[in-house]
Design a protein around this ligand. Structure first.
Ligand code: ARG
Length: 469
């Protein structure tokens, strides 16, 4: 028996048998992935342990061999977690680093672990295990953020602000309603993530290099040990496609896009010109030159980070598009964009969930902004319609009244009844009820409308829904 430790050998490559020359040093570094895929160690070890147990279950490994492999892998995991594992570029990736170390630790029997599998199905399995865990963690952050939004909306059901279209004052809305719009976006985002998880949670192990294996493996057994819902149904597809990762990054891009839109609003609202909100100091930073500045860095940075996630989506789509079946080394490039996407998304949601409760609302500013923009003009038109005027005519009449009010530098509600009557004689004293902001929002009292009553109901529905997720 060769007693030399793998890691002491001159040529320690696990695939070195057919090679006469050592790998060029630059090529070795160029082709290695261990500096980034080492973070898959936990999933790689979990996959290996399940694989070993399955090999034992079908009689390819003896019980003693299996136990020795499992114990060795468990110790290696502890070493890694204690920072006592020396990763080697010569051993290329996380898989061969761990396998070589296993052989060093437990000897010959360690060489049996790779029976009936390949790094191709191994890495596909690791990524799926990793992504499954990430999706759960990200969904938990999403829940925290949704909870925070519901709390905020619940406090601001009666707060009136201008609603915008084209970023021009359109109609008054309640701030709670605006916050619930964000909540709805995230609800769809969550559904997309969970749907994606269904396709992530399928086990490729057993596909081996590309064609399957001649050992009497029991894939369902391995899958149940690893908590996979099912096994992949085609070995070529199993080792080659990364569509599940692309799908995740696509769902992540949509979430980042939503966070970015929220960020844009928060940044605008915190400006002196809007003055709608303030964000606690602990979420802001100052300027090195302008002493008066307090900058909303967190939302700005989240808006900025959206770009890198979108970029990762394009990277992965491009990575995949030219690949023939089955596995190609191109796929090693899937990890960095995927990891960075999950990290960026998770951190962005985390900081947002913490920041939302740290936002204070300036209700007066919001209300006076809504007053300024003739936001009840539609209400006046609707009032005329209810008194028998056709909508198009009503639109025209109100347009003229607004023109007049702009010249007089007054809000519609500030015009005297006599002045209003010059535009239409159906206008009466009761017009002032619809010209108030409160009257305007309260009138939109149907499911999905901005009325405080509806916002309270929507918050209650949201809280019920959160209990079920
Ligand atoms: N490091 C590789 C990757 O990330 C593992 C699979 C390598 N397989 C191979 N046949 N070279 O994709």
């Amino acid at each position: 028996m060769d007693k030399t430790k793998y890691t002491d050998k001159k040529n320690i490559k696990l695939w070195g048998g057919r090679f006469e020359q050592p790998t060029d040093a630059f090529v070795e570094a160029f082709t290695a992935s261990v500096h980034f895929d080492q973070r898959l160690y936990k999933h790689d070890i979990a996959g290996s342990i399940a694989h070993a147990r399955m090999l034992c279950h079908v009689g390819v490994l003896t019980k003693a061999e299996c136990e020795s492999i499992v114990a060795g892998l468990t110790d290696i995991q502890l070493d890694i977690e204690r920072g006592e594992f020396a990763w080697s570029v010569e051993l290329e990736d996380v898989h061969m680093n761990i396998e070589a170390r296993l052989i060093d630790r437990i000897g010959e029997v360690g060489k049996k672990l790779h029976t009936g599998r390949s790094r191709n199905d191994q890495v596909a399995t690791d990524i799926r295990l990793y992504l499954r865990e990430e999706i759960d963690a990200i969904t938990a952050e999403l829940t925290r953020l949704q909870q925070a939004l519901l709390e905020l909306a619940g406090k601001e059901t009666h707060t009136i602000m201008p609603g915008f279209t084209h970023l021009q004052t359109a109609q008054p809305v309640t701030f709670g309603h605006h916050v619930l719009a964000w909540f709805e976006m995230l609800k769809r985002d969550r559904a997309r993530l969970l749907d994606c998880k269904k396709r992530v949670n399928v086990m490729p192990l057993g596909a081996a290099a590309l064609a399957g294996t001649s050992y009497p493996i029991d894939r369902e057994y391995t899958a149940s040990l690893l908590g996979f819902d099912s096994v992949t149904e085609n070995s070529l597809d199993a080792v080659s496609d990364r569509d599940f990762a692309i799908e995740f990054v696509s769902a992540a891009s949509l979430i980042m896009m939503h966070l970015s839109r929220m960020s844009e609003e928060l940044v605008l609202w915190m400006s002196a010109q809007f003055g709608f909100i303030d964000i606690d100091d602990c979420f802001c930073t100052g300027s090195s030159i302008m002493p008066q500045k307090k900058n909303p860095d967190v939302p700005e940075l989240v808006r900025g980070k959206t770009g890198r996630v979108n970029g990762h989506l394009v990277s992965l789509l491009t990575l995949m598009k030219g690949q023939p079946l089955a596995y190609n080394k191109d796929n090693q490039e899937d990890k960095e964009p995927l990891f960075d996407t999950a990290d960026t998304l998770r951190d962005s949601l985390h900081v947002y969930a913490d920041m939302i409760p740290a936002i204070s609302i300036n209700r007066e500013k919001m209300k006076s902004a809504a007053i300024q923009g003739y936001s009840t003009a539609t209400d006046l038109a609707d009032y005329l319609v209810k008194k028998g005027v056709a909508f198009r005519d009503a639109h025209e009449v109100v347009g003229k009244a607004v023109k007049y009010a702009i010249k007089a530098d007054k809000d519609l509600a500030e015009l005297a009844l006599q002045e209003l009557k010059t535009f239409s004689d159906v206008i009466d004293q009761d017009v002032f009820e619809v010209l108030t902001l409160e009257g305007s929002v309260a009138a939109r009292n149907h499911i999905g409308g901005t009325a405080p009553e509806q916002v309270s109901k929507a918050v209650a529905r949201g809280k019920e829904w959160l209990k079920s997720v």
